[in-house]
Ligand binder design. Sequence first.
Ligand code: FES
Length: 327
Amino acid sequence: MTKILFKGASLDCGADQNLLDCLLDSGYALPHGCRAGACQSCLLQLKSGNIDKSAQTGLSIPDRNRGLLLACQCYPTETLEVSPIAASALRTNATLISREQLSESVYVLKLSSRITWKAGQYINLWLPGKEQTRSYSIANLASEDLYAELHVRRHPGGYLSEALTQEINLGDSLQIQGPLGEFGHRSELLDDKFLMLAEGTGLAPLLAIAREIEGGLPGSQVDFLCTSRSHNYYGQPVLAQARERFSHWQYESYRSGNDEAPYEEITQGIRQRFASLRGHNIYVCGSEEFVSAMKRCCFLAGAPSSQIICETFVDFTAPGQSRAQPM
Ligand code: FES
């Protein structure tokens, strides 16, 4: 057992217990989300004691230097004193201004807020008074729109997606933490051929990145290859609409197969479409399995690893899994 000092109380933290679980088990309503070190919703302020550097993985240097830590990634080995961080220091208000259903399960939400972001980044969304969050990538550019566009898949019984797609009304308030993440266009990649590989709503950050590329390298060759388990991929109308503005963009969607070979169709599609991927800049966004399969496929097709940029969606429903980051 290790002692944790928190809000004037002395708590016992088990040998294999992380700080987040210790505080939740002790009855404290600590904000949290992924439990995997990705969403930064479980930040705490270290007041005294030493922590392993893994408890600060992914934090900015200023945040590390001022002693912030991720409670879900902190396994105390000595007495620690920690304090909560006021929600007002991390979050800003947003208003739902638009919601459109694009497929059986995917909705496009538009939020007005004061945040600005870089293409490819994501935000954490909070319902008022709730202590759990979910992360969503932003599909548009802060420089072009006065709102943030999110692609939200409704998971029946899901912690937040049900509320976002069914319950809250236009004009209702939410809270945003972020923007977060480093996924985005690397301007040092000078080739003008881009391949965007998306699984499901992994399309969202790729759309933002492609629009940013258009700003710097107009007329670039941009191919979107997308896969999903649905017959009617939600991204089809989104990409069709984007092509009204960027008529040179190409796209194709594929069905994801069974668990034995889930990405067979899109893998074949890549092989048929491109004799070689040498000289392409490739952006991949989806599940860990998808990202892994696409990296392998693209590498075997001639793309060096340095030109395959990935974001891995974290499964918020799988507590305790290790981080792989997005996407
Ligand atoms: S980073 Fe700790 S809950 Fe997401």
